[in-house]
Design a protein around this ligand. Structure first.
Ligand code: AMP
Length: 362
């Protein structure tokens, strides 16, 4: 299998800020990008070489797209599996169908993780309010009801603290297929981003701590302040998951760390991740460049970090501070080109580096 050469084109399914930063990273190493999305003014469309505006199920558009690119990758996981089924015979798609199918459904994802002997919170599949009642009897409260598909940033989730909330909770999730998950009294949330290359080579970034506000990532501290044994354990679990997914690309593995250092997997994302934005400034190879290397069939780059870092998201009106941030000599500002700063919308992020021997501070 030969790698793509500079000047060839990587197709990216999805047109958000992750696609934007992937396209920028691709351009840095001489590749063109072709975004398949729906918005001509999207964050990724603004920086790509080409765009196709069409629905993910538009076969004619997909056929033309496949002809125009040399490999395809994705920047979000809610692409229909049928889209990959259609593209895969026409052009290399990395990561492929198996990874997408598993990671877009919480039940398949958690079942897969447990099948590897890797722990998650206890969970049960729920397809009716009756099944929810049975699941609560088994798992107990507090618990979280999560839609199997299309959940992000806490959307499609309801916390249940008593069996009296069953009917309301089932209504709140719109009566969709769900999982009920036991509530984990975690000490810390961390994530590990791991890449796997076309030849099976694996490279992981150091585990980072993630702090959320209103269910949205607020701050990432790199590295996480955890014992080396916990860090190595987390890296081992992420590597095992990447290998067993036959991944070619990147996955972010979100984890809960309990007070006793026990690690449980929360969820997987088969793409660059918000908790990896710090790698742009702090690592030899950023997560975006790494995802492009994997998609292009290149060997992976080193994930070593030369600095510690703090990354803060700019959500909604936070973006009004852009000038202040730009005027700070040690802050690296990234804006995603979104015009409307709606509450809860990720408008950009800012990264600050610290020496390796200094713990990252907010
Ligand atoms: P998710 O969309 O599954 O990543 O959940 C969003 C956030 O909700 C997580 O980052 C946690 O802060 C919290 N959360 C999710 N699942 C659980 C759980 N089983 N126990 C405790 N907190 C959870």
């Amino acid at each position: 299998m030969t790698a793509l050469s500079p000047g060839q084109t990587i197709g990216i399914l999805g047109d958000g800020q992750l696609g934007r930063m992937m396209a920028i990273a691709a351009a840095e190493i001489g590749y063109k990008t072709h975004i398949f999305g729906q918005d001509p003014e999207s964050p990724a469309s603004q920086v790509a070489s080409e765009i196709t505006l069409a629905d993910y199920t538009d076969r004619e558009a997909l056929r033309k797209f496949a002809r125009a690119v040399d490999a395809v990758t994705l920047e979000f996981e809610n692409i229909p599996v049928e889209t990959l089924d259609f593209l895969e015979p026409l052009v290399p798609v990395r990561p492929g169908r198996k990874v997408l199918e598993i990671t877009q459904d919480r039940h398949l994802e958690k079942s897969f993780i447990n099948s590897l002997g890797v722990p998650t919170a206890p969970f049960a599949n729920v397809e009716s309010s009756g099944e929810l009642r049975d699941a609560i009897e088994r798992i107990g409260t507090p618990a979280i009801l999560k839609t199997r598909k299309f959940g992000y940033d806490g959307k499609g989730q309801v916390k249940i603290t008593s069996a009296t909330q069953i009917e309301q909770a089932w209504k709140d999730v719109g009566g969709q297929p769900c999982i009920l998950e036991g509530f984990v009294p975690f000490e810390l949330e961390i994530s590990v981003i791991v890449a796997r290359g076309i030849e099976g080579d694996i490279q992981a970034y150091t585990p980072v701590e993630n702090r959320h506000k209103n269910h949205i990532l607020d701050v990432t501290l790199a590295p996480a302040n955890i014992l080396t044994t916990v860090s190595n354990h987390a890296l081992g679990l992420a590597g095992k998951i990447a290998e067993n997914l036959d991944l070619v690309g990147l996955i972010a593995v979100e984890m809960f760390v309990a007070g006793d250092g026990d690690v449980l997997i929360n969820e997987l994302a088969p793409r660059p991740h918000n908790s990896g934005h710090w790698t742009i400034e702090a690592c030899t190879t950023s997560q975006f460049r790494q995802s492009i290397r994997a998609a292009a069939g290149l060997k992976l780059g080193s994930t070593v970090h030369h600095s510690n870092a703090v990354m803060r998201n700019l959500i909604g009106d936070d973006v009004d501070h852009w000038e202040e941030i730009l005027n700070h000599p040690e802050m690296s500002l990234h804006l995603y080109g979104k015009t409307e700063a709606r509450p809860g919308r990720k408008m950009g992020h800012v990264t600050r580096l610290f020496p390796l021997n200094t713990p990252p501070k907010i």
